[in-house]
Design a protein around this ligand. Structure first.
Ligand SMILES: [Zn+2]
Length: 191
């Protein structure tokens, strides 16, 4: 599993909405409008945004990523949380128990969540076949080196292997900035 090149994608702050929260925010029967396919085949960026209240801080126009999910999840960076009075935990997507509360405001209404706000834990998506080829399995931890002027090694990268995933390291904007990557780049699994 050494020296395998991987694409890197930087995820800006975004929300995933449950079907019922989507309707509370945008109206009954509302359907999200896809504007851009994301690297993982199931995910797409939507035209819609919401404003969120994180502690004492309001963050406007947070992009929604579709399709709707079982539970609403808001992902921000630690820099976003500075000055808000709250510190969201670093978690993998879907692991929301005991996370931080957040308020979402849409054109049709408001949703107040007692949990759902996280900072995404860096992770490597891969299909089951790619995992096998790289001698990795779901739940493993790897280190990925990013080259260039701000060369850095990210340890503690969680491997997320699933049939419909595609090989890609996901970082948040703080990590992307630290590594000198704006939106897209490349890295290498070194251990
Ligand atoms: Zn991801």
């Amino acid at each position: 599993m050494k020296n395998i090149k991987v694409p890197v994608e930087v995820s800006a702050r975004h929300c995933h909405l449950s079907k019922s929260d989507l309707e509370k925010l945008f109206g009954l029967g509302y359907e999200l409008e896809k504007i851009k396919q994301l690297s993982q085949p199931s995910d797409f960026a939507c035209k819609e945004t919401v404003d969120i209240q994180v502690g004492s801080k309001k963050i406007e126009k947070v992009r929604i990523v579709g399709p709707p999910r079982g539970q609403t999840q808001v992902e921000i960076s630690l820099s976003d949380a500075v000055g808000s009075g709250v510190t969201p935990p670093i978690r993998l997507s879907g692991d929301l128990k005991g996370s931080v509360g957040v308020v979402l405001q849409g054109p049709a209404g408001k949703v107040e969540l007692i949990e759902g706000l996280i900072v995404a834990k860096r992770h490597l998506h891969c299909s089951s076949d790619e995992a096998k080829r790289c001698k990795l399995k779901n739940g493993d931890t790897v280190s990925v080196k990013i080259g260039g002027e701000r060369s850095v090694v990210f340890d503690n990268v969680a491997v997320r292997a699933k049939d419909n995933y595609k090989l890609c390291l996901h970082l948040d904007t703080d990590e992307g900035n630290a590594a000198g990557i704006n939106k897209m780049g490349g890295g290498e699994i070194i251990r």
